[in-house]
Design a protein around this ligand. Structure first.
Ligand code: E4P
Length: 218
């Protein structure tokens, strides 16, 4: 499974990219607003740091305008992935941009039929929002499983399942178990994946015992 980080904070991205474990980045208008910086400038900086797909979302709601914005954003770098919302206009824009060779991430997916349409429109990625479904009392993870089954039923549906709106380490594990191709994870949750109290406890004990031997490795 690939790991994307879900942020527009360039310093965070640079730091996480240093681990060598980062496969891509997703942004959205809320994250860009939070960064408080020029959108295209931020996307260009991220693309210079990360080789993998970097999602940048259009602001238009009508297909022709989405396509035009998508083309503008795609010129920033070869790894820009255009994010379009899951609407009829978004799907039309997805079809056109995909045919032009641009990667497209269809976002705001909340049911399996929407995911089926996105795949038929040629999306590179479909983004089902797990956390926001959980927020309204539904099971976000069930949607990941359903989409996985549907896509696996048809050889011509090659869209990658990008588990989004992830809120916890458990969401990451469950996404992997459900067969998501990618998880886009907030920086804090990504950093938390490495943590376990028994790892810390075990390491402290090993270090103390090693010190007691008086040896060095050289
Ligand atoms: C995905 O691409 C979205 O940017 C993101 O995962 C949304 O997460 P949220 O529901 O926590 O805002």
């Amino acid at each position: 499974m690939k790991f994307f980080v879900d942020t527009a904070d360039v310093d965070e991205i640079r730091d996480l990219a240093d681990t060598g474990l980062l496969d891509g980045v997703t942004t959205n208008p809320t994250l860009i607003a939070k960064a408080g910086r020029d959108f295209k400038e931020v996307v260009a900086e991220i693309c210079a740091i990360v080789d993998g797909p970097v999602s940048a979302e259009v602001a238009a709601t009508e297909a022709d305008a989405m396509i035009s914005e998508g083309r503008t954003l795609a010129q920033i770098a070869g790894n820009v992935t255009i994010k379009v919302p899951l609407t009829w206009d978004g799907l039309k824009a997805c079809r056109t941009l995909t045919q032009e060779g641009t990667m497209v991430n269809v976002t705001l997916c909340f049911n399996a039929n929407q995911a089926l349409l996105a795949a038929k429109a040629g999306a590179t990625f479909i983004s089902p929002f797990i956390g926001r479904l959980d927020d309204i009392g539904l099971d976000g993870m069930e949607l990941i499983s359903e989409i996985r089954i549907i896509y696996d039923n048809y050889d011509d549906l090659t869209t990658q399942v990008l588990a989004a709106s992830i809120r916890s380490q458990n969401h990451v594990k469950l996404s992997a178990l459900a067969g998501a191709d990618v998880a886009t994870v907030p920086p804090g949750v990504l950093r938390g994946l490495v943590k376990h109290p028994l790892t810390d406890k075990g390491l402290n004990a090993f270090l103390a015992d090693w010190k007691s031997t008086g040896q060095t490795i050289s």
